[in-house]
Design a protein around this ligand. Structure first.
Ligand SMILES: Cc1cc2nc3c(=O)[nH]c(=O)nc-3n(C[C@H](O)[C@H](O)[C@H](O)COP(=O)(O)OP(=O)(O)OC[C@H]3O[C@@H](n4cnc5c(N)ncnc54)[C@H](O)[C@@H]3O)c2cc1C
Ligand code: SF4
Length: 514
């Protein structure tokens, strides 16, 4: 599912407006000679079984956006999912629209994933009407820029790409130098949080009649999809998304850097922005948002570690993973460097496990279609990596369950960063950790049935033995990685008895997963 391609413009169109949902290019177009086609199609709703709240967010945002366009005088041809004539696919709906409107030209924004790109590319041959594919104007780096940066490099490390983006955008730059004299203030970030600090909450937007209609539609058509709609509170218009943006800038951002990696029981959002669904679907403009962040810093309202940390996530990580996705090609999805084959444990779909960290991360995912970065990477991702889940299965799960998940951003994060399945194209080492890391960054272990300090025995934290089992199992592939030198040194130092006790413990636990 990718919004940028649910609309086709049936007249000669130019560039526009990052403010439009899904990057429709409308600037300079003639309202009398343009039909905007927006379609809700079954195929895009089920290629993975998207979380119900994700479907509600996207379909409701589309419907609200159609209303806005109409109110501005555009002619919008909107096909709902339950229209009996709906052909069920982008291509099928375009064919029907061509019959209705007999356009002289079709304009569409470039695809956001390889699957849809293949579809769009087939339209040139399939339809007699000329098809123009416009670039997606919601990113700072073009494909050509990323390719030029990557050309000839042995390692594609985000940090260096990010510096280019800082220079290109001028964000947090003092002339040619980074603000404050350093590019990166991570050393000041990543503190554990405690409950004494007042914890902010994101705004909750009560579903309006349009959203409630979509909820009924989702109940009727996608009841077998994962997740709940009961706590649905996403903004579905740009105006409301901007309210969440301002709320974040005013009340949350100052401590974003400090608590970026923190986790607390029953606190799903902490000091995160909860803006990714809006940025990825086009309700918010990433560069405009970063400029606001910089302004808060320049005005003395937020510290540099928070401003820099946030800007890095957007013009660094977000742009970089997109670059990797397109550079790596359509076969990237099949990479499996560590040869992992295990199925995804069934509790990923229910949250029912005694591991408190996992039940927290999965439970809030089912409820809100949201988990923050460290939960995705170091809890659910780490666990799948340690037990050796087949990367495709992990990918399909992440793509389905998060409201912000689109393949261009989800796949490199999951396959590359989370599972090391690309052999280090994206990450310099696997993000594998034992219970000690989770205990350091969260309060989850305090109320867990397992003992985070134990490595063996019936109460031992599963992450501990699984971590060492992972290290041992993947020795041939990972020992040569200089960033893995320390774990392998520690593994070597262990006695044979300790090693086999850990591996027996891991095997026993894995048997319980079925
Ligand atoms: C396994 C895994 C899967 C992920 N899947 C997705 C996904 O499908 N869609 C998605 O947008 N992000 C994904 N991420 C990145 C990140 O977890 C989310 O962007 C973030 O949690 C969104 O919540 P937030 O808006 O509160 O982010 P904040 O913590 O407030 O961060 C601010 C913004 O920075 C951007 N950002 C931060 N980290 C990343 C990153 N690694 N890649 C891309 N953008 C980033 C996002 O736009 C985010 O809104 C994934 C990370 C992992 C480890
Ligand atoms: S003890 Fe282990 S399983 Fe339990 S919350 Fe801590 S890390 Fe997770």
């Amino acid at each position: 599912m990718y919004l940028a391609h649910l609309r086709l413009l049936t007249s000669k169109l130019g560039k526009k407006a990052s403010r439009n949902l899904g990057a429709i290019h409308l600037e300079g177009r003639d309202k009398n000679r343009t039909v905007i086609l927006m379609v809700e199609v079954h195929e895009e709703s089920v290629y993975v079984k998207h979380h119900k709240a994700k479907l509600v967010y996207i379909l409701s945002a589309m419907r609200h956006h159609a209303e806005l366009l109409r109110s501005e005088g555009w002619l919008v041809d909107y096909v709902t999912l339950d229209d009996p004539e709906n052909a069920g696919s982008f291509t099928g709906e375009l064919a029907r629209a061509i019959e209705r409107h007999a356009p002289k030209q079709i304009c569409v924004t470039e695809a956001g994933e390889w699957r849809v790109k293949a579809m769009l590319d087939s339209w040139h041959d399939r339809f007699v009407v000329p098809v123009t594919i416009n670039p997606d104007n919601r990113f700072l780096a073009t494909h050509a820029e990323f390719e030029a940066w990557a050309e000839g490099r042995k390692q594609l490390r985000m940090e260096y790409f990010y510096r280019n983006m800082r220079c290109k955008s001028g964000l947090l730059m003092d002339g040619n130098d980074p603000a404050g004299g350093q590019w990166n203030y991570d050393a000041e970030n990543r503190k554990p949080a405690n409950r004494d600090t007042a914890i902010p909450r994101p705004l909750h937007f009560t579903p309006d009649p349009i959203t409630r209609d979509v909820m009924h539609l989702v109940t009727a058509h996608f009841s077998d999809h994962i997740g709940s709609m009961d706590s649905f509170g996403f903004a579905v218009t740009r105006a409301d998304a901007l309210k969440q943006q301002t709320h974040f800038l005013d009340h949350v951002l100052a401590r974003f850097g400090d608590y970026q990696d923190a986790m607390l029981t029953d606190e799903p959002f902490l000091w995160h922005s909860i803006l990714s669904p809006y940025i990825n679907s086009g309700l918010l403009d990433p560069v405009e948002l970063c400029k606001e962040v910089e302004q808060r810093y320049r005005d003395g309202n937020i510290p540099l570690n928070a401003a820099e940390g946030f800007v890095r996530q957007i013009i660094g990580w977000r742009e970089y993973v997109r670059g990797i996705y397109w550079l790596a090609g359509p076969d990237y999805v099949r990479r499996n460097e560590l040869g992992a084959t295990r199925p995804l444990p069934s509790f990923y779909w229910t949250g029912q496990t005694d591991m408190h960290c996992m039940s927290q991360a999965i439970g809030q995912t089912l409820e809100y279609a949201y988990a923050h970065h460290i939960q995705r990477l170091m809890i659910t991702g780490n666990f799948a990596l340690l037990i050796g889940v087949e990367p495709q299965e992990v990918h399909q799960w992440y793509l389905a369950v998060y409201a912000d998940a689109y393949e261009w951003v989800e796949l490199p994060n999951t396959l590359g960063m989370g599972q090391f399945a690309d052999g280090g194209m994206l990450a310099s080492k696997p993000y594998a950790a034992s219970g000690a890391y989770i205990n350091r960054m969260s309060d989850y272990c305090r109320t867990c049935r397992y003992d985070v300090k134990s490595k063996t025995g019936p109460d031992a934290c599963p992450f501990n033995s699984l971590y060492w089992d992972f290290i041992a199992r993947n020795e041939a592939k990972l020992r040569g990685n200089s960033r893995m030198a320390m774990p392998y040194k520690n593994w070597e130092r262990m006695s044979a008895t300790d090693k086999s006790a850990l591996q027996r413990q891991a095997t026993k636990f894995l048997e319980t997963l079925g």
